[in-house]
Write a protein that binds this ligand. Structure first.
Ligand code: ACO
Length: 378
């Protein structure tokens, strides 16, 4: 029993699940997705290949991949009730994450949720459609119909912008979605596992996970790292601006991590993806500026907190990559959800297969044996 008599606030250090889906080694800076080092998987796989891998434990054959792509594409259109809700959410100026959470809750309308495979494919297909459709609706434009000839990433970009994306942009988004698809027992994944462990349905688990992801301590800090890069503007101002922030007691956004004590491997993969994308189809000046801001920030943080090893985290290059794809900052977290949904569902499948009802205990710290005072005497 721990010194705190079994109480672990935040469940730190508690192993609450065994998983074959992903492994995080914060000291080595390693992220393994279903056996693949992140860099090997993320830059090579299409998102559909990663979905198949997580749900089946192996890469798909060509016919299996073609079947999954076709099934997801066919499930993309939203039911009228979901679209109507999104229209009302846009009128009420709801944030994209809240709109996604509300709309995701409608996804089991008319669906046989005891068919877990079809339900999971429907959720993955339609979470992307919800995010893209809502983006259009809140701009006063009509949603763009999904194109069944396109893969998941290319279709998402087309539905956002109305334009066919370049190959470089599609590759950039595939790499991003693969990179964020799973990350061991983070808060939203744990929430999904807790919910599905009660033997409820998958839609309920995903709605709960989206709610958890929305919080600023998880996925909900919208692009502050990018704002710092824009505030700096030119590389020669990086040191002055960053040092002023540190002197004022501020944290540099996009640096430091609870688990990773070396450079976040996702920063490595997304930095390389951003470089390729910006080289082929983007603003290399912004990429160069971000590189220079990163180097200055890491140098200043080493002086500011010696021995802490504060390194670049996933947020820094996420912001750069998604901005390069033309996404506004408030679509960063919903787009994270587009990728992570497949990981949440994979964890739900694991939990349903091996898991027990998750029911920890609490320690009562209140008073005992109170006397009852009648209402008239209070
Ligand atoms: N800039 C300046 N100082 C920092 C930073 C930073 N980015 N990160 C940590 N520190 C300092 C802390 O102030 C603390 O100093 P202290 O011991 O004198 O109080 C010390 O380094 C250790 O920091 P902790 O708060 O213990 O680190 P923790 O593991 O709790 O926090 C966190 C990790 C929240 C990510 C933190 O590094 C941070 O706030 N970073 C900036 C925000 C950010 O980039 N968030 C996205 C994280 S990625 C993700 O979660 C998906």
């Amino acid at each position: 029993m721990s010194p705190n008599n079994g109480y672990a606030p935040g469940l730190e250090g508690v192993v609450a699940a065994e998983t074959e889906l992903s492994h995080v080694d914060g000291l080595k800076g390693e992220l393994i997705i279903a056996g693949f080092p992140l860099a090997r998987l993320a830059a090579n796989a299409t998102f559909e290949e990663t979905v198949f891998l997580l749900w089946n434990g192996r890469l798909p054959t060509q016919p299996e991949l073609a079947n999954l792509k076709q099934a997801l594409a066919a499930l993309r259109p939203l039911p009228p009730a979901t679209l109507n809700l999104l229209r009302e959410a846009a009128e009420a100026r709801t944030t994209p994450m809240d709109a996604l959470r509300m709309a995701a809750a409608t996804l089991d309308l008319g669906l046989d949720t005891t068919d877990h495979q079809t339900t999971a494919k429907t959720i993955v297909a339609r979470v992307a459609t919800i995010v893209a459709s809502y983006h259009r609706l809140r701009q006063g434009a009509e949603p763009i119909a999904p194109d069944p000839a396109l893969g998941h990433a290319a279709n998402f970009l087309t539905m956002l912008t109305g334009e066919p994306p370049s190959d470089a942009r599609v590759r950039g988004l595939e790499t991003y979605l693969n990179t964020v698809v799973d990350h061991s027992l983070n808060a939203s994944t744990f929430a999904a596992r807790v919910i599905v462990a009660t033997q409820t349905d998958l839609v309920s688990a995903i709605v709960g996970a989206i709610g958890a992801l929305k919080g600023p301590l998880h996925g909900g800090a919208p692009g502050p790292a990018l704002e710092t890069v824009f505030e700096i503007g030119t590389a020669d101002r990086a040191e002055t601006v960053l040092q002023a922030k540190l002197d004022a007691g501020e944290r540099l956004m996009g640096f430091g991590h609870r688990v990773y004590k070396v450079r976040d491997p996702r920063a490595e993969v997304l930095g390389a993806a951003a470089e390729q994308m910006f080289l082929a189809d983007g603003d290399m000046g912004l990429y160069e500026l971000a590189k220079s801001v990163e180097a200055t920030a890491v140098r200043l943080l080493a002086k500011h907190k010696p021995g802490r090893n504060l390194q670049t985290n996933v947020e820094f290059y996420t912001a750069l990559l998604l901005h390069g794809l033309g996404l506004p900052t408030d679509l960063f977290t919903p787009t994270f959800a587009v990728g992570r949904t497949a990981g949440w569902l994979a964890h739900c499948f694991e939990q349903m297969k091996y898991g027990r009802l998750i029911r920890p205990q609490s320690r009562y710290t209140g008073v005992m044996d109170r006397e009852w005072t009648p209402l008239a005497k209070r």
